[in-house]
Design a protein around this ligand. Structure first.
Ligand code: C6P
Length: 407
């Protein structure tokens, strides 16, 4: 198994050298967005400095180079996800847009009144709201799989809620506020057995676990580039080719057409039918560099290293008097959400920030998760493979200080 050379890796991320309040930055907000390694920054700068141009439109050298780099990323993402064909990779602005694309294009076209969409209680708002909007418009019914107090889906409830009426299961692979890894492969098999399609929200999975869409057999999978050490404003929708062929375009405009007259427009072939307008060329090129970078580190190494950090962090945080972890699933990634009774998470966030430590506080765009635990918000330390045990020690020290201030 590969291992992580943490010191070497940290040198790849210029942002890790920043000081906050005069103290070395501890960045524990990786679930919100990850830092970018030098090759990603250089790939984007290289495009802006040397071959800025639009894609698919020019025959001049610069445009050809930009198009090759842009399409090169599509090939890398295809391999990264083990998709069958590069036509199954659609570039979007992020997970949110990918899910909306499916809700608008597939949902509005193929779902009708009485059909059911199944999600879970631990979804991010971006995997709740688009389905609520769809259900309202089409008269479909939204069903919700509950989770237990450890933050694990109650599988028997999933089996009970999955019926012949379920047309789509849209499920988060890894919860952003609990860290839970859901048994998506098993759920996909069950959903297919019942005749439903499955969308996997892989926003938090993509930077932590290798994803194989053919092994999963998911119908749709969404992720954001910025959670994979790539640029913001980039994302991917993977979908099976036959579904994309049957779906109408999401946005209309340039680059998604085959021919346009005032009488009739015909659409471009896949994947361009779903990529209207000038895309985020630099971002997509940066995303390709991010894929290369993550693969060079290797998911075996990432998983092994982060699991050790998770074990260390779980022990260290639970030793802070009064601290309660929110999300203690057996299968989870290095996301540590917690509450300190008597201290509002925003005060925790502010005080640890004084020590140079960046965590996220709030509902993490998962208000139903907060409601489940009867809290308005949690504090969340989300760790990546460039984090260290010493940084966890710094957080624990800062939290002990917070307790002193509030005792
Ligand atoms: N979660 C977090 O701090 P976008 O914003 O489109 O890149 O990703 C949305 C999204 C969808 N699903 C899950 C599971 C997510 O975690 C996120 C983004 C960030 O947890 C920002 S709210």
């Amino acid at each position: 198994m590969n291992t992580i050379d943490n010191e070497k890796i940290r040198r790849d991320f210029p942002n890790l050298r920043v000081k906050v309040r005069g103290k070395p930055l501890v960045y524990f907000d990786n679930a919100a967005t990850t830092f970018k390694p030098r090759p990603v920054i250089e790939a984007m700068t290289g495009y802006y400095q040397e071959y800025t141009s639009n894609v698919h439109r020019g025959i001049h050298d610069l445009s050809e180079k930009a198009t090759a780099a842009y399409e090169g990323t599509r090939g890398k993402v295809r391999e990264f996800l083990n998709a069958r064909d590069a036509r199954e990779i659609i570039f979007t602005r992020g997970t949110t847009e990918s899910i909306n694309l499916v809700a608008y294009s597939y949902g509005r076209h193929f779902l009708t009144s009485g059909d059911e969409v199944l999600i879970s209680e631990m979804e991010h708002h971006s995997n709740i709201v688009p389905w609520q909007m769809l259900c309202e418009e089409k008269g479909c019914v939204l069903k919700v799989i509950p989770f237990n107090d450890q933050g694990e889906l109650i599988y028997s409830e999933f089996e009970r809620l999955l019926t012949a009426k379920t047309k789509l299961l849209s499920i988060v692979y890894i919860s952003n506020s609990l860290g839970t890894i859901n048994p998506v492969k098993k759920m996909i098999q069950a959903a297919h057995g019942s005749g439903a399609l499955v969308l996997v929200d892989a926003a938090q999975a993509v930077g932590h676990r290798a994803i194989d869409v053919q092994a999963l057999d998911c119908d749709f999978l969404a992720f954001s580039g910025h959670k994979l050490f790539g640029p913001t404003g980039t994302g991917v929708l993977y979908a099976k080719e036959k579904l994309l062929e049957a779906m109408p375009p999401f946005h209309g405009g340039g680059d998604m057409i085959s021919s346009v007259t005032f009488e009739k427009t015909t659409y471009a072939a896949l994947p361009y039918k779903f990529e209207a307008g000038t895309p985020h060329v630099a971002g997509v090129i940066g995303l390709g560099a991010a894929v290369d970078y993550v693969l060079s580190v290797g998911f075996d190494a990432i998983e092994g290293y982060e699991q050790k950090l998770l074990e260390y962090g779980t022990k260290a945080l639970t030793a802070v008097p009064g601290l309660k972890l929110v999300g203690t699933a057996k299968e989870k990634v290095s996301i540590l959400s917690f509450i300190l009774p008597g201290v509002h998470p925003h005060d925790i966030g502010t005080l640890v920030n004084d020590e140079g430590i960046a965590i996220r506080t709030g509902h993490h765009c998962t208000q139903p998760v907060m409601r489940h635990f009867g809290v308005p918000a949690t504090s969340r330390a989300s760790l990546a493979f460039y984090n260290t045990e010493e940084e966890i020690d710094a957080l624990v020290k800062a939290l002990r200080k917070v307790r002193e201030v509030f005792s």
